[in-house]
Design a protein around this ligand. Structure first.
Ligand code: NAD
Ligand code: ZN
Ligand code: ZN
Length: 389
C-alpha cells in the first residue's frame, strides 16, 4: 500500500510499504477514506521530537471503513464507518476507567522508554514518536488499529468525512482546552495560535459561554477565520500582545489563557526569540516557551493557563515566581479524545458544530509531502490539509 513516511528532518515521502495485518484479537484494519496533517506532525517534520525512526508511517487524524476485525473484537464489524482517536486506549486500566485516556497505562508498547523520560508511561499514539509506542499512522491507505474495540468513534452515514474527521483530534483538543478553563459567563479567554487547534478552541470557548474570546496570531487569513468564528484578534507582529490584552480587559488581564501554539512558538524580535533559538540550536533547550512566558505575565491573578500546545522536553526561563505568586492554575495534556466525542458527535449531527470551515486544501495522499511544506510555511492560505488516499 501507499503511505506517508518520515525519512528524516524535513523529509516526508510517499512510499510503498507492506499492508498492515491483524496482530492481536482486539485489532481492526481500517481502509482510510480521509486523513489530515496536524500541527503535531509539524513537530516531527521539523525534527523536534526524539525517537522518530526512518520509515515511520505518519498520521494520527484519520477515518475510514473497517475492512477486517480481530477475533476478540466484538464491538466492530466489517463495513463500520469509524473515526479513530489519536490516543490509543485499552478501556480497562485505572486511567481509562476515569476517562484519562491520553495517559492509558497499557497501550504504549514502549512504556519503559516513556517512563524513563517522563516518570510514567503515557498512552500509545498513532504515527508519533517511539516514545509513544511507534505505532504506524493513518496517512496511509490502510492502518492497523490496536485496541480497536475501545479505540474508535462510530459515525453515522449522512454526515460527510469533512464534518466528522476532526473528532479524532483537533475538535476535542480545542474543546478540552476550553473545558480545562471552566469558563464562566464573565470570563475573557485569550487564545494564542489561530491554527487548526486555536480555531477549534475559539469555537469551543464561545460555545462554552465565554464573555469575550481573543485570538492571537500573525497570519492574516487565520486571524480572519478566528474573527469569523466570533473572536476579537491581535496580530503579534503588529501589536504588543500584553498591552492589547490589558487594554481589552480594563487593565486586569484575561481570566483564562490558552496556549494553542506549543514548542515552536515565534517571538518576533524579542530577547526571548534569540535566547530560545540559540539554546534550541545547541540542544540546551528542546522547546521554545515564549507563549508560556507571555501567558504567565498577562493572566489575571487567580486565573487558569490551559495548554493543549505540545511540549516535548525541557524549557528554560519560565517566570515561575510570577505564576506562584499570582496563584495561577496550570492544566494541560494530550487530549482524552473519547471523553468528549459522544457529545461532540451529537452536536455535529444536530448541526450545532461544523468544524470543516477550516479546510483550505484537499488533495490525494500522493501530494502529502508537498503539502507538509505548504502547511508548515502557511503558504497559499493553507490552514488545514485533508488528504484522500
Ligand atoms: P499550527 O502550527 O498550524 O498552528 C500554530 C499557530 O500558532 C500558527 O498559526 C502560528 O502562526 C501561531 N503562532 C506561532 N507563534 C505564536 C505566538 N508567539 N503567539 C501566537 N501565535 C503564534 O498547528 P495546530 O494544528 O493548530 O496545532 C497547535 C499546537 O497544538 C501544536 O503544538 C500541536 O502539536 C498541538 N496539538 C496538541 C494536541 C493535544 O492533544 N494536546 C492535539 C493536536 C495538536
Ligand atoms: Zn494532532
Ligand atoms: Zn487504558
Amino acid at each position: 500500500m501507499k503511505a506517508l513516511c518520515w525519512q528524516g528532518k524535513h523529509d516526508v515521502q510517499y512510499d510503498t510499504v507492506p499492508d498492515p495485518t491483524i496482530e492481536h484479537g482486539r485489532d481492526a484494519i481500517v481502509r482510510v477514506s480521509a486523513c489530515a496533517i496536524c500541527g503535531s506532525d509539524l513537530h516531527l517534520f521539523d525534527g523536534f521530537m526524539p525517537e522518530m525512526h526512518k520509515g515511520d508511517i505518519l498520521g494520527h487524524e484519520f477515518m475510514g471503513e473497517v475492512v477486517e476485525v480481530g477475533r476478540d473484537n466484538t464491538a466492530l464489524k466489517v463495513g463500520d464507518r469509524v473515526v479513530v482517536p489519536f490516543t490509543i486506549t485499552c478501556g480497562e486500566c485505572d486511567q481509562c476507567r476515569v476517562g484519562n485516556f491520553s495517559v492509558c497505562e497499557r497501550t504504549n508498547r514502549n512504556a519503559s522508554m516513556a517512563a524513563k523520560m517522563f516518570g510514567h508511561t503515557t498512552a500509545g499514539l498513532f504515527g508519533y514518536t517511539h516514545l509513544t509506542g511507534g505505532y504506524a499512522g493513518g496517512q496511509a491507505e490502510y492502518v492497523r488499529v490496536p485496541f480497536a474495540d475501545t479505540t474508535h468513534i462510530k459515525v453515522p452515514d449522512g454526515v460527510s468525512d469533512e464534518q466528522v474527521l476532526f473528532l479524532g483530534d483537533i475538535l476535542p483538543t480545542g474543546w478540552q482546552a476550553a473545558a480545562q478553563c471552566e469558563i464562566k459567563p464573565t470570563d475573557t479567554v485569550a487564545i494564542w495560535g489561530a491554527g487548526p487547534v486555536g480555531l477549534m478552541t475559539v469555537l469551543s470557548a464561545i460555545l462554552q459561554g465565554a464573555r469575550q474570546v481573543i485570538c492571537i496570531d500573525r497570519v492574516p487569513e487565520r486571524l480572519a477565520m478566528a474573527a469569523q468564528a466570533g473572536a476579537l484578534t491581535i496580530n503579534f507582529d503588529e501589536q504588543s500582545v500584553v498591552e492589547c490584552l490589558n487594554e481589552m480587559t480594563q487593565g486586569k488581564g484575561p481570566e483564562k489563557c490558552i496556549d494553542a501554539v506549543g514548542l515552536e512558538a515565534h517571538a518576533a524580535g524579542s530577547f526571548d526569540a534569540i535566547y530560545d533559538r540559540a539554546k534550541q540550536a545547541v540542544g540546551a533547550e528542546t522547546d521554545r516557551p515564549h507563549v508560556l512566558r507571555e501567558m504567565i505575565y498577562v493572566c489575571r491573578p487567580g486565573g487558569v493557563l490551559s495548554i493543549p500546545g505540545v511540549y516535548g522536553g525541557v524549557v528554560d526561563k519560565i517566570p515561575f515566581g510570577a505564576s506562584m505568586n499570582k496563584g495561577l492554575t496550570w492544566r494541560m495534556g494530550q487530549t482524552h479524545v473519547r471523553r468528549w466525542t459522544d457529545d461532540l458527535l451529537a452536536r455535529i449531527v444536530e448541526g450545532e458544530i461544523d468544524p470543516s470551515f477550516i479546510i483550505t486544501h484537499t488533495a490525494p495522499l500522493a501530494e502529502g509531502p508537498e503539502l507538509y511544506k505548504t502547511f508548515r510555511d502557511k503558504h497559499d492560505g493553507c490552514v488545514k490539509v485533508v488528504l484522500k488516499p
